[in-house]
Design a protein around this ligand. Structure first.
Ligand SMILES: NC(=O)c1ccc[n+]([C@@H]2O[C@H](COP(=O)([O-])OP(=O)(O)OC[C@H]3O[C@@H](n4cnc5c(N)ncnc54)[C@H](O)[C@@H]3O)[C@@H](O)[C@H]2O)c1
Length: 274
């Protein structure tokens, strides 16, 4: 389920502006509309008019983009697909449309590597978070970005209820993701050394930091295969990343533990599903 897309919809439509959802799958679009309705019903502190939410297929992208000031790609995390979609948006979007990527692991400078666009100054990363209540959004440009457009997006994010953060340099990982990656890595290392159990790590983490979830619980929510992909990306991109956390994750995945999505991760979720 493309939950990020729906969060964007809620916030970007909160000031009355129209938001257009584009997806290959009609079911995703219909689920998206329902989800937005639910989020709107829960948003009791909202005042003013919500904007319209329209849906369409990629085949009519050009007309969908006609008067858009911003377009955010949210396609699956595959570098070639991201590049294909960004190239298409650059080709079809009007000159003044800002193009953003919601990619979690590829900064816009990595996506743009080797690409030749009509106008790369208007392209940036705009990465938001799960769960839907999270208002943080991280904006990252690249060496040729137009600083005025970055400022405009930061300002518009604020106007639409996000808490925007500017990633000021090309970065492998966003600000929050980098800190979270270090927590995950050290958690996995601690587990691999047999120092503590997942339950103990989560309990001490929650006790000291007063957060609702510990790192093992949170990794289970994200999915251990996704956690491994992200960690692999860090390891490919820079030196000094220890191998033990990835080995530990690989063993868990090979043992059929993917987290909440398949009912088994650091914890057993089968009971909760019944
Ligand atoms: N999973 C997370 O917690 C999270 C958080 C923030 C950002 N993101 C980023 O959001 C993006 C999407 O991730 P997801 O987990 O929602 O993926 P997902 O697979 O759930 O959703 C992707 C959607 O893209 C659609 N799609 C595929 N190709 C398309 C195309 N060419 N044109 C239009 N639609 C197309 C699919 O039908 C699907 O509905 C990724 O870049 C991911 O890194 C994910």
């Amino acid at each position: 389920m493309n939950i990020r897309l729906r969060v964007n919809v809620l916030k970007w439509s909160s000031r009355g502006g129209t938001v257009r959802l584009v997806d290959l799958q009609e079911q995703q679009l219909q689920d998206g509309l329902k989800y937005v309705e639910k989020l709107r019903a829960d948003a009791t502190d909202h005042d003013g008019e919500w904007g319209r939410v329209e849906t369409s297929q990629p085949s009519s992208l050009q007309s969908t983009l006609e008067d858009a000031w911003l377009v955010v790609e949210c396609v699956p995390e595959n570098l070639n697909l991201k590049r294909k979609v960004i190239a298409e948006l650059d080709e079809l979007a009007p000159e003044g449309t800002i193009i953003a990527s919601n990619s979690s692991s590829y900064g816009i400078f990595e996506i743009l590597e080797g690409m030749s666009l009509k106008n790369n100054k208007r392209v940036m990363s705009a990465h938001c978070y799960w769960p839907p209540e999270t208002s943080a959004i991280e904006i990252m440009g690249h060496k040729d970005s137009d600083p005025k457009l970055i400022d405009l997006v930061l300002e518009q994010c604020k106007e639409h209820g996000f808490s925007p953060f500017h990633v000021k340099e090309n970065s492998i990982g966003y600000i929050y993701n980098r800190i979270w990656a270090a927590i995950k890595r050290e958690t996995l290392l601690t587990l691999s050394e047999g120092v503590a159990t997942p339950k103990e790590i989560d309990a001490i983490f929650k006790d000291v930091l007063k957060t609702p979830k510990g790192p093992c619980e949170q990794m289970d929510v994200v999915g251990l295969d996704v956690v491994l992909d992200i960690e692999n990306h860090y390891a490919e991109s820079r030196s000094g990343i220890p191998t033990e956390p990835r080995d530990y994750l690989r063993e868990m995945i090979e043992g059929g533990n993917l987290g909440v999505k398949n009912g088994r991760g650091f914890y057993d979720y089968e009971e909760q599903r019944k």
